[in-house]
Ligand binder design. Sequence first.
Ligand SMILES: [Zn+2]
Length: 433
Amino acid sequence: MTTQLLLGQTLSFTGDPFLQPWTDCVSHHERGGVLIADGRIAVVGDRASLQAAHPQATVTDYGRDLILPGFVDAHMHYPQTRIIASWGKRLIDWLNTYTFPEEMRFADPAYAKAVAEETLDLALRHGTTTLCSFGTIHEGSADALFSAAEARGMRIVAGRTCMDRDTAPPGLRDTAQSAYDESARLIERWHGRGRATYAITPRFSPTSTEAQLEALGALWAANPTCLMQTHLSEQVDEIAWMRDLYPQARDYLDTYESFGLLGPRGLYGHAIHLEPREIDRLQEVGAAVVHCPTSNTFIGSGLFDLVGLKRRGLSVGLATDTGGGSSFSMLRTMAAAYEISQLRGTAVHPAQLLWLATEGSARALHLDGLVGRLGPGAEADLVVLDLASTPAIAQRAARAEGLWDTVFPTIMMGDDRAVRATWVAGRSAPRPA
Ligand SMILES: [Zn+2]
């Protein structure tokens, strides 16, 4: 058995810091260590006792750097990596101007492969070890991402995006039948293979017909261990558009619910402008909503009610939503979540932000216990953060008092320069040039 001992500060959570005082659910070792055996975390504890008990382990000493579970990005679009930070549009124009022309290029498997590899290497550079991504309507777009993740040993959730309504451009439209058949083939090929999970992926109800939503609902019913990912109530204009297309629907969520696309393994990205009934139903079924704060400010969507929805008992994940989101960094994403909560009148604690970017997202993806947690039995996907990675952060950290005062400047000002190392399944991920 190969054992690795990583030394540094360790931080782990024993509960949800949104539901109980964060002081009751944080375990911190200032001089800590993580023992890894066969790709899983075996022990987290005090460095001296771990070194004494495991003298045969290969030691990597990160000094005062902070060892955390690798970040979990619960909603993103890898096909949009190359259009990140495109200027000046709101959701519907942004899709038509930038997104759809780029997504057409994924008909070419070589292009899909190149962008999939580039995206996963960017994720690892930023300390993100698990992604949940949309593909394009091309079956090969999902194959490309699953293959690239498998080659890197990464845990991945992904799906082929489905759009058959004439609101999507010609060339980027499938049918109810082809969406069903190609998604079913991908489930057969990838779902549960190694570290892969398949997510059935209607882009959102404005680009699908009722027939397609119904077909995908039937596919989910036939494959209930799959996840289902889509978008919900991102922008006010989008909701008005949805109402034109689905005049009979009680609300936006109803366009999914009516066709079997509401369930405990459902992931609803954005969920900013929710009706009371929608919140009730999401809570009742145990579905997850995914907060994409840099996207919400970049595209001008609105202020997600993080604290309110957590108080209501909803499962909430955190995500970059690249390329609508403006950063690949989950540190920058936590900073934006903090800023949006401030605009709503609540200062979210750094413990809550770190929990959301790891365990919170893992729970949303039904991967809790496997990733997002620094504890025995979890897969050894880790990020090691330098808490003084730039001169601006270092001068602030130098006068910090206590753990959270030291960590918060890196959350607010950090990026990939703060990521000293990323570990995937117990192996240090090579840092791409
Ligand atoms: Zn999205």
